[in-house]
Design a protein around this ligand. Sequence first.
Ligand code: HGY
Ligand code: MN
Ligand code: MN
Length: 408
Amino acid sequence: MTPKFSDRHLLDNLDALAQIGALSGGGCARLALTDEDRLGRDLVVSWMKELGLDVRIDAIGNVIGLRAGRENLAPIMTGSHIDTVRTGGRYDGNYGVLAGLEVVRALNAANVVTRRPIAVAFFTNEEGARFQPDMMGSLVYAGGIGLNEAYAAVDKDGVSVGDELRRIGYLGATTPGALKPHAFLELHIEQGPILDEEKVLIGVVESVQGISWIEYTVTGVSNHAGTTPMRLRRDAGYLAASVNLFARKLTGEMGGNQVATVGSLALRPNLINVVPNRAVFTVDLRNTDEAKLKEAEARVAAYIAEVAASERVEVEAKVLARFEPVIFDAGLVDRVEHHAKALSLSTRRMPSGAGHDAQMMQRLCPTAMIFVPSVAGLSHNVNEHTKPADLIAGAQVLLNLMVELAES
Ligand code: HGY
Ligand code: MN
Ligand code: MN
């Protein structure tokens, strides 16, 4: 008999977690390793302990709650993240972690001990909003970067990951990745408009698109806004602004899945009557096709070099994150589709436009993702919303699939 779970707990816990770093409009802000993140971590750890999970914190602050199985085998793991962006919604990441806890609650309520252990995890700094790269905790877990490289990452104020982990009390003792799952599942909101527009209930995620994050530092010459003729300007802000326009034009020319975002831009001295002598901005490029992503990167770099020469400014580029597209395990993707259809839920196969911890876990074990619709495709926005019935449906698919895998 496959256990059903209590809808109330999932919705109530999502609500309770969203109160930490609450934003008007219903979202929450818990940037990685801030005090808000610590409070969110403490709350979820307390829920893990209430459910009888053996809670382990690893050396990059990933937290794993383990439920023993009948046999001491590699676990079936589910998880996501509970850190958010500054304009975070309440479902991004949080939903997958809390639904994982509901899988445990349902098994406890049904007094079911599965053959394999069950693990529920949240990973450190998935968002990459404060420290880069994103998916940092799962990347360390999967052996993608070393601990020291992760510890050395600093935010805009020069504060490091290592110091912040220590400060909030989450620099744990276990070795990241020591617990290698037999399979990994991540339940997540789509964060895009496809399922909502097509009125489909479950996204069967086959892949995650490639991600390129580059920070550019432009150095020009500050000058008087009124007296300096245009021919004499070395305007750092002009280059930054023109890259944004170029990137938008480039996506139109390339078509397909190519997207481009200049998400952060800081000018100095940032005054109305001074030609900026410094601009620091980021370019986020993504594509499901690695060759096309490389083409987009090359065209942006060539454009920047051209404008830098004509504007006589210096440009320094720093790669903040670069991940190739990831294809999930085909057999596991099929099982996601099977369990959704077995619940008479409409499905469609799709790539993920957003990055996720699952894309790192696929390096370690067969991995797949389950999407539920985002109303109007909104995410990284306080008005992010998914209908309660859709949240419950996605969690039931997760539960049914995990029970099947935990008996394998
Ligand atoms: O940027 C992303 O796709 C993820 O939210 N870190
Ligand atoms: Mn997320
Ligand atoms: Mn996110």
